[in-house]
Design a binder for this molecule. Structure first.
Ligand SMILES: NC(=O)c1ccc[n+]([C@@H]2O[C@H](COP(=O)([O-])OP(=O)(O)OC[C@H]3O[C@@H](n4cnc5c(N)ncnc54)[C@H](OP(=O)(O)O)[C@@H]3O)[C@@H](O)[C@H]2O)c1
Length: 320
């Protein structure tokens, strides 16, 4: 089968399509024929070596990509509601050497979720990491509710464009932060106000929020603290290790000095959140934005563009 892989840490030039043996599912796993995969910043951060000192992450040779959508072609045994022929989407665990941008993946049952009728593979492939992170941040971590005020940075990006739509679905008042070129896009997602970060420093706004969802890692708990109401929460998606550590330290400070919270998000309960997202996509409440659909051999250039840090929505790889 074809698989997008690399055998050294480095730039997108390290990527190449290889012919590798098809994987075989073990007990508790399904084998999925991948129809579509989507790109996430995590893919390139692993490839660039940003995780090389994190013990769980295996070094190259590795496959690229984690999010996929496709059809189950085999199950490896063990109790499961999943079955051959079922359309599913999910995300492989990023620690290992497999990648989702391949003709087939094997994946644990709990890391896939059914695709509802009316949702296509490309749409479903955009959801796992980006949509799952937005859902976890706004529902599980902060329980955003009607009328609450939510500020979202990186509002045009993979995580942010889902977060704006989910926050509006929860009937929050949303202030979205993005660059000049994305203002109309973010307004169309439903944001109540849009702040152009190239012109205004959102941390100096004279108002308070229940949640600051820093999907761009554009700030920090300390810098955003003045924006939070007395029980407000700051969420950082942990764009890099420094942001993660700073936010975790901020969380300890917040706990001992206030009712505020600082949360360095780590994606978990993934399938639960995917199952919550799917009906929202099927009903059109959440519309994944696909900026580009590419073939596997266009991935090098697509990653290069994503690595500029100014993505709009998602890039989907058409695999099958
Ligand atoms: N911890 C986790 O489990 C987890 C999960 C998912 C993602 N992440 C991380 O979260 C980050 C965002 O992921 P993503 O998929 O949304 O990335 P993305 O699709 O590349 O989007 C990043 C967005 O940030 C915006 N941006 C850049 N600088 C900004 C600034 N100063 N203020 C406001 N917005 C700014 C860019 O838009 P403009 O063109 O408008 O600047 C772009 O739309 C990445 O670092 C990713 O690795 C972590």
């Amino acid at each position: 089968m074809r698989a997008l892989r690399y055998d050294r840490y480095g730039s997108p030039d390290a990527l190449k399509i290889e012919d590798v043996p098809e994987p075989t599912p073990r007990a508790g796993q399904a084998k999925v024929r991948v129809h579509a995969a989507s790109l996430n910043p995590l893919d390139w951060k692993i490839r660039a070596g940003h995780m090389r000192f994190v013990p769980m992450f295996r070094p190259p040779p590795r496959g690229s990509g984690s999010d996929f959508a496709g059809e189950i072609v085999a199950v490896g045994g063990g109790a499961t509601a999943r079955h051959v022929g079922e359309r599913v989407f999910g995300s492989i665990i990023p620690f290992g050497r497999d990648g989702a941008i391949a003709d087939f993946v094997v994946v644990d049952y709990e890391r896939i979720s059914p695709i509802e009728d009316g949702v296509d593979f490309a749409q479903a492939s955009t959801l796992p990491v980006a949509g799952g992170t937005a859902m976890q941040g706004l529902v599980d971590e902060t329980r955003v509710s009607v009328g609450q005020r939510v500020l979202i940075t990186g509002a045009a990006g993979g995580v942010g464009h889902f977060a704006v739509q989910i926050a509006k679905h929860l009937d929050a008042y949303v202030v979205a932060v993005c660059g000049s070129g994305n203002i109309d896009f973010v307004r169309a997602l439903g944001a109540d106000e849009v702040v152009d970060y190239t012109k205004d420093d959102f941390t100096r706004r004279d108002e308070r929020f229940d949640v600051v969802f820093d999907a761009a890692g554009a700030s920090s708990f300390i810098a955003s603290r003045g924006l939070l109401n007395e029980a407000g929460s700051y969420i950082n998606t942990g764009g890099d290790t420094a942001a993660f550590v700073t936010t975790a330290v901020g969380g300890v400070v917040a706990r001992f000095t206030s009712r505020q919270r600082a949360i360095a998000i780590v994606l978990r309960n993934a399938a639960t959140n995917w199952a919550r997202l799917m009906p929202l996509v099927r009903s059109g409440v959440v519309k994944p934005h696909t900026a580009r659909t590419i073939a596997m051999d266009e991935a090098t250039e697509a990653y290069r563009s994503m690595e500029t840090g100014h993505a709009r929505g998602k890039i989907v790889v058409r695999v099958a």
